[in-house]
Design a protein around this ligand. Structure first.
Ligand SMILES: C[S@@+](CC[C@H](N)C(=O)[O-])C[C@H]1O[C@@H](n2cnc3c(N)ncnc32)[C@H](O)[C@@H]1O
Length: 281
């Protein structure tokens, strides 16, 4: 864990990532305040934590990533769990934590670590509650993690639902041409192959019935229902489409929780950005 920092490549992030970080910061501040006000113990979990810092595409300057922001939230979280698969990034996260003994850094696969090591610590009876960010680049998050978070009743999540990866690699007009590996990645993140029913509708054509690919919103709406009906989150506000510079949706930012207040706060934050024209469609 002693690689020099220059050897670690930082991600260059677009405006949509900066907007995500802003939204998360706003919610996290409200979250810790409410929990502490109710004598509960707020814990922060970052399953795909990154290096803790990025380079802004717009300014070319260094900006804080989600773990660094979490460390600076006031009132503070009581405990932090940062996971990244990349060992150099985990080393950087450890540096960021300094000698704080309430920060736990893991270098490994969060699909295993969250379920086996981290989520079991968030015990309801000990008045512990967690805000968990699940922000993979693409279809790298297992549905099992979402199910475990919902079942815990103590963990709420922000989730990156990566439609760009899906559209580029899985949800093709001709589904028969998609590779087995990509179908498996989609099943892994969706939880089964029922995404096929959401993503395609049979359409009569001159050549007989054909599968017609459905728009992003339809697929996101089906996943929203799944988070409620299958995973068991009580409240899942309408997700926010995060768009790149050409206005294409890179991913939907979902929030899912068991408490109506949590969902109302997130809806208010997102609606304010919608009014400002920063989130549309
Ligand atoms: C989009 S970046 C995270 C950005 C960060 N949430 C932020 O906003 O500052 C995704 C990170 O997930 C890590 N990653 C990819 N697969 C992973 C896995 N299975 N378990 C843990 N981390 C993983 C990558 O190394 C990368 O640093």
């Amino acid at each position: 864990m002693t690689e020099p920092k220059e050897r670690m490549r930082l991600d260059e992030v677009g405006d949509w990532s900066e907007l995500k970080l802003e939204i998360l910061k706003k919610y996290a501040g409200a979250y810790t305040k409410i929990l502490r006000g109710n004598k509960l113990h707020p814990i922060y979990i970052d399953g795909f934590a990154g290096a803790g810092e990025h380079i802004s595409k717009r300014t070319q300057k260094s900006i804080a990533g989600s773990p660094r922001n979490a460390l600076e939230i006031e009132p503070p979280f009581e405990e932090f769990h940062f996971v990244d698969l990349n060992p150099k990034r985990a080393t950087n996260l450890q540096k960021l934590a300094g000698d704080k003994d309430n920060v736990y850094v893991y270098s490994g696969d969060s699909n295993a670590l969250l379920i086996s090591k981290i989520f079991p610590r968030i015990r309801y009876k000990e008045y512990k509650r967690a805000l968990c960010l699940l922000d993979p680049y693409g279809l790298h998050l297992s549905w099992e993690v979402l199910k475990a978070a919902a079942e815990s009743k103590t963990i709420e999540i922000f989730l990156n639902f990566p439609v760009m990866d899906m559209n580029m690699n899985v949800l093709w007009r001709r589904p028969e041409n998609v590779t087995k590996e990509n179908v498996a990645r989609m099943n892994f993140s969706w939880g089964d192959d029922s995404w096929k029913n959401a993503a395609y509708k049979k359409q009569e054509t001159l050549f007989g019935p054909e599968d017609e690919k459905q728009p992003n919103e339809t697929i996101a709406a089906a996943f929203r229902e799944r988070l409620k009906q299958v995973a068991g989150f009580k409240y899942v506000p309408e997700p926010a489409p995060m768009r790149n510079s050409t206005s294409a949706v890179v991913y939907y930012l979902f929030f899912a929780a068991q408490q109506p207040t949590a969902a109302n706060i997130v809806t208010d934050i997102l609606n304010n950005y919608r009014k400002l024209g920063k989130l549309h469609g």
